[in-house]
Design a protein around this ligand. Structure first.
Ligand SMILES: C[S@@+](CC[C@H](N)C(=O)[O-])C[C@H]1O[C@@H](n2cnc3c(N)ncnc32)[C@H](O)[C@@H]1O
Length: 271
């Protein structure tokens, strides 16, 4: 965790070095993609108080407020990222506040969020998704929502070949982690959780699943690269919407039969 934090402090210098470009981007176009807006618009119509876990450069937050959020509190363990995001939001006069803290375990009060928003390269940094989901469920008010737009767990398997899509022989869908060997997280250990594992963690925290969809478009592309894996044949992202029951259920805990064998979460095989 500490080496990841130091790596992110360094990587987040980009948000400072490219401050003006990002400010211009925040002013001129929404960071939210059409598949996000389709699900978020009905929720944003109620002017929710949003908590953004792993808020990074904060461009999503400016877009969330532009679409109707009353406020956004971003939480990120990179003080460089949070400081740049705060400066940008203040300069644009947008109601966003940033808290520097390690997750899970956001230093925010229980039930403070109408909507917990996260994704776009967030879950791969969480080694324990059960703990992450429990923190989400604690932050959401009864009747509040969790929204995730994230890289599909199959993505580490796709090559970036431009002629045709291929599967990397050195990676496995059911592995617990892999070492990133491309930009921007080169050298970092990324955690893997299957789509079933992510859903199971959300359900185990007592949240009700409202929507899960897999999408062919990646949320991010590297420069001019046009990988064949991004051209519509394969899943590259997913969206998930869950709701905390208004009658306030407690966590159900792990669902044992979902965890057995290779269909379960990483590290929890029947052995
Ligand atoms: C790829 S960025 C995604 C952030 C955001 N969605 C965006 O688009 O800018 C991942 C962020 O997670 C943060 N992060 C990683 N692990 C964390 C942890 N354990 N606690 C808090 N923040 C973390 C990093 O500092 C980084 O800003």
């Amino acid at each position: 965790m500490e080496s990841n934090r130091i790596a992110w402090e360094t990587a987040s210098r980009k948000h400072v070095d490219e401050y003006d470009e990002l400010l211009d981007e925040a002013r001129t176009r929404s960071a939210l993609s059409p598949c996000e807006l389709e699900l978020l618009r009905p929720l944003l119509a109620d002017s929710p108080a949003v908590v953004h876990l792993q808020s990074g450069h904060g461009l999503d937050d400016i877009a969330l407020v532009a679409e109707g959020a009353r406020s956004v509190v971003g939480v990120d363990f990179s003080s460089v990222a949070a400081t740049a995001a705060q400066r940008r939001a203040d300069e644009l006069g947008v109601n966003c506040r940033y808290v520097v803290a390690e997750l899970p375990g956001a230093p925010l009060r229980d039930g403070c969020a109408d909507l917990v928003y996260t994704g776009k390269g967030a879950l791969i940094w969480m080694p324990d998704l059960d703990a992450w989901a429990a923190d989400v469920a604690r932050l959401a008010r009864p009747g509040g929502h969790l929204f995730v737009h994230e890289a599909h767990p199959m993505v580490p398997l796709w090559t970036w070949d431009e002629d045709e899509p291929r599967i990397r022989p050195d990676r496995g869908y059911f592995e617990r982690s892999h070492v990133n060997d491309t930009f921007p997280a080169n050298g970092a250990v990324e955690w893997q959780t299957t789509l079933a594992g992510i859903i199971t963690a959300v359900l185990g925290a007592g949240l009700e699943l409202r929507h899960v969809a897999e999408h062919p478009e990646p949320f991010w592309r590297w420069g001019d690269l046009d990988a064949a894996a991004w051209r519509g044949q394969l899943p590259n992202t997913f969206t998930l919407l869950a709701r905390k029951p208004s009658w306030g259920t407690g966590p159900t805990g792990p669902v044992p039969w979902c965890r057995a064998g290779r269909s379960g979460r990483w590290g929890t095989s029947a052995a």
